[in-house]
Design a protein around this ligand. Structure first.
Ligand SMILES: *[C@@H]1O[C@H](CO)[C@@H](O)[C@H](O)[C@H]1NC(C)=O
Ligand SMILES: *[C@@H]1O[C@H](CO)[C@@H](O)[C@H](O)[C@H]1NC(C)=O
Ligand SMILES: *[C@@H]1O[C@H](CO)[C@@H](O)[C@H](O)[C@H]1NC(C)=O
Ligand SMILES: *[C@@H]1O[C@H](CO)[C@@H](O)[C@H](O)[C@H]1NC(C)=O
Ligand SMILES: *[C@@H]1O[C@H](CO)[C@@H](O)[C@H](O)[C@H]1NC(C)=O
Length: 436
């Protein structure tokens, strides 16, 4: 079994609560093949990819049995991140979650499709040795040299650092130090010097990096001077680790009285107030949702849905076949939490499992709600009592319009294989280009 997780990139928020979403499994079940021809033929970039210099990016996870490099839809993207490598205990590049033999096919296919391939380093279960790898000048030099050699040897255009998280515990057994953020800065300066021709980016939480006291830093401008961009992972804001159900990826929470855990709007405000320019911020967006078991009496009022309600913590839904129940300990040796289910549904699976129609609209027999504050949809199956908070074309359009209006650099979607017929990516590209 490979070590893999659908939530590895995730977790914007209270990290102690996050681990339950992270399973270490993969499966042999397959998602459906798209039933109709995508509307944009290969090579046609009128979806808006790259319009006005914007970044249209996704992470490519290589461990799904029926989704590989040949399945990737490249046209809507400017950048694709191979997910993922990580620092070894010796502070050098290692691939344990992904298959190293896939890397060259990934980079050559991306380049052949005019998409810049970048290598993501870290992830939820790949951040154990980030801290030690940057702890001393010698270690930083070793780690930077190893990364640059690897990137150049395999044709990558950039490196994407996904340290979850500097100075903050993630999965539970990461090495951490109060000096992490400052050491990370020194490391970025070192690698920028070693590789002036690679793009450098970082996947970050909705809160700015912490300082050496553990509080959100009030000045992250030194990071902005060495990074080309950051991707703010605005997802998993609510999940089965939360006390109530709520939006996975809220665009806004200013209007969510009493339920303000964060949003794209709050995250962009936090990062820009700490000195990170908006035009170097890429908004992380999910092609998946979180599901909850909620009794019909709680979930449904007349023709609408109630959200921010209690759910059955002992009965987390199984989610889709890409994220099967955890049955073995995680990378830290911790046993699965609860029933081991993640409750995660990729967008294609909501269609496969009958929550949504082929075009992404809500299927008949379901209850639904488009929450105006978070600008995200919810769908509820009264037979199975499963409520899902997810993203659709409408919510991706809202996010794309926000990227355009707020002057952000673009979007990055987790994960490329989650979409269906490019419904999500086409919507955000179009809106980001100011054309919807
Ligand atoms: C990926 O491509 C293979 C080979 O063409 C195909 O059998 C499979 O169904 C595709 N997977 C998806 C998710 O479309
Ligand atoms: C791309 O698609 C648009 C709209 O469907 C069409 O107008 C345009 O001619 C196409 N461009 C190419 C190069 O195929
Ligand atoms: C530096 O890296 C080595 C592995 O090469 C590791 O054993 C050591 O603990 C690291 N130093 C620090 C201070 O973390
Ligand atoms: C960057 O420079 C190195 C060393 O000259 C080269 O091997 C590599 O191909 C270059 N990469 C890019 C993306 O230009
Ligand atoms: C977020 O909500 C606040 C309060 O309702 C509103 O003033 C603001 O315009 C909203 N921002 C976006 C981007 O929707």
């Amino acid at each position: 079994m490979k070590l893999s997780t659908a939530c590895s990139l995730l977790m914007a928020l209270p990290l102690a609560l996050a681990a339950p979403t992270c399973s270490l499994k993969h499966t042999s079940a397959a998602p459906p093949s798209p039933s109709s021809t995508p509307t944009n033929p290969p090579g046609n970039t009128t979806t808006g990819a790259g319009t006005n210099g914007k970044i249209s990016m996704a992470w490519f996870a290589d461990w799904h049995p029926d989704y590989s490099v040949s399945n990737v839809s490249w046209t809507p993207y400017t950048h694709m991140a191979f997910f993922t490598a990580q620092p070894s205990s010796a502070g050098t590049v290692e691939l344990i979650i992904s298959d190293p033999s896939m890397v060259d096919q990934f980079t050559s296919t991306a380049l052949a499709n005019n998409v810049k391939p970048v290598l993501t380093v870290g992830g939820w279960d790949g951040s154990i040795y980030w801290s030690s790898s940057v702890a001393t000048a010698t270690n930083r030099s070793t780690w930077a040299t190893s990364l640059v050699q690897y990137a150049n040897a395999h044709g990558f255009s950039g490196l994407d650092f996904d340290w979850e998280y500097p100075g903050k515990q993630g999965i539970g057994c990461n090495i951490i130090s109060p000096q992490d953020s400052v050491n990370f800065q020194y490391f970025l300066q070192e690698i920028r010097q070693q590789a002036p021709n690679l793009t450098l980016s970082a996947a970050v939480s909705i809160f700015p990096f912490v300082d050496d006291t553990g509080s959100a830093s009030t000045d992250v401008s030194p990071f902005a001077s060495v990074l080309d961009w950051i991707e703010i992972m605005n997802y998993d804001v609510f999940g089965t680790f939360s006390t109530v159900d709520g939006p996975n990826a809220p665009l806004n929470d200013t209007c969510a009285s009493g339920n303000q855990l964060g949003s794209a709007v709050s995250a962009v405000a936090a990062w820009t107030n700490a000195g990170f320019p908006a035009n170097k911020i890429v908004l992380g967006v999910p092609a998946y949702g979180h599901s909850y078991t909620v009794p019909t009496s709680t979930a449904v009022s007349g023709s609408t849905l109630n959200i921010y309600t209690a759910f059955d913590k002992t009965n987390i839904p199984i989610g889709d076949s890409w994220d099967p129940p955890a049955t073995t300990p995680d990378i830290c040796g911790n046993a699965p939490v609860g029933n081991g289910n993640s409750g995660v549904y990729n967008f294609w699976a909501l269609i496969q499992d009958g929550f949504l129609n082929q075009d992404g609209s809500v299927a008949s027999g379901m209850n639904s709600l488009f929450d105006q504050c978070s600008q995200t949809p919810f769908v509820y199956n009264p037979s199975s009592q499963i409520m899902v908070s997810y993203d659709d074309a409408q919510s991706f359009t809202a996010k794309g319009q926000y990227i355009d209006q707020a002057g952000l650099l673009g979007f990055a979607m987790y994960e490329a294989g989650g979409d269906y017929n490019n419904i999500l990516v086409n919507a955000i590209n179009k809106a980001m280009a100011g054309s919807s």
